[in-house]
Design a protein around this ligand. Structure first.
Ligand code: A3P
Length: 303
């Protein structure tokens, strides 16, 4: 089945989730034949929930311990999305589209649709999610900027909101995406680390340490005392990354079917910006949907 999507593409419903055609093609390819390295770490998320930040942090944390000295130069020169390849696009096109010395791969694929090879191997998954209202507003702006860069009128916000509330978004329904990883994280806590954007914002240092520990490259006492954690947090902050030349307008992310400017991945980086764009009624409606969908799961997303 096909439905009208949010950005000029039809979305296809496949195994309970919606996909733009190029992502569905990529997903089917990796479901068939992707083999992770047993040491791989997957950065998983629904789009617009903090993927870019988490990629930057995991990349910086990993490279600081194994490839000393190259962290800063890499993140200064390369967009976080070009440091960590996307399973259903970059690796679907060519499995060798990665640097094997860096065991990081990202994915937006819902847990239940991941290639079985990932589930059954010993590789780890770090999942990030976010308040649904902020995720929706972030998504709408991202798609609107993308459409406008192609001189196409964006879908009105109200229309996009209606679709989102009906579960229609790339890799949506949003709540099912979150629930899939949440339940799996309860079942396999050593394999899956479940994070929220809001908690990461509140205490980034504690989360950077938690990430390092989960990834198997904890900060040493000397590193902590030497300010390494703070250095990484600052390097990966919204202010720092969004002001880097490589992340500003004009630089296009490599390899995507739709040319995406790097700057589109950096908008405000704040919690609660939804209130500047949605009416209180729209906010209450999405809260109500999320509450009903998450009921009984034990998960309460911070707002
Ligand atoms: P907003 O649109 O609310 O500003 P993703 O990376 O999953 O595409 O999510 C994009 C969202 O993360 C955007 O949110 C973007 O501004 C925010 N973001 C990008 N880099 C960030 C960073 N280093 N720290 C915090 N938020 C960041």
């Amino acid at each position: 089945p096909r439905v009208k999507g949010l950005n000029g593409y039809d979305y296809y419903l496949y195994q309970g989730f919606f996909y733009a055609p190029f992502f569905l093609e990529g997903l089917m390819a990796v479901q068939e034949c992707f083999n992770p390295q047993s040491t791989d770490i997957f950065v998983a998320s629904c789009p617009k929930t903090g993927t870019t930040w988490l990629k930057a942090l995991t990349f910086a944390i990993f490279t600081r311990s194994r490839l000393s000295g190259s962290t800063t130069s890499s993140l200064l020169a390369k967009m976080p999305h070009d440091c960590v390849p996307l399973l259903e696009y970059d690796l679907a096109q060519n499995p060798s589209n990665r640097d094997l010395a860096i065991p990081l791969v990202s994915t937006h694929v819902p847990y239940s649709c991941l290639p079985k090879s990932i589930i059954s191997s010993s590789c780890k998954i770090i999942y990030i999610c976010r308040d649904a209202k902020d995720a929706f507003v972030s998504l709408w702006y991202f798609l609107a900027r993308l459409q406008m860069s192609k001189n196409v009128e964006p879908l009105p916000l109200e229309e996009a909101f209606e679709l989102f509330c009906n579960g229609i978004a790339n890799f949506g329904p949003y709540w099912d995406h979150v629930l899939g990883y949440w339940r799996a994280s309860l079942e396999f806590p050593e394999k899956i680390l479940f994070l929220t954007y809001e908690e990461m914002k509140k205490d980034t240092a504690a989360h950077a340490k938690k990430l390092a520990e989960f990834m198997g490259c904890s900060f040493t006492l000397e590193e902590e005392e030497g300010g390494e954690v703070q250095k990484i947090i600052s390097m990966c902050s919204f202010e720092k990354l969004s002001n880097l030349e490589v992340n500003k307008n004009g630089k296009h992310r490599l390899d995507t079917p739709i040319a995406i400017q790097n700057s589109f991945y950096f908008r405000k980086g704040e919690i609660g910006d939804w209130a500047n764009h949605l009416t209180p009624e729209m906010g209450a409606r999405l809260d109500d949907i999320m509450e009903r969908k998450l009921k009984g799961s034990g998960l309460k997303l911070p707002r």
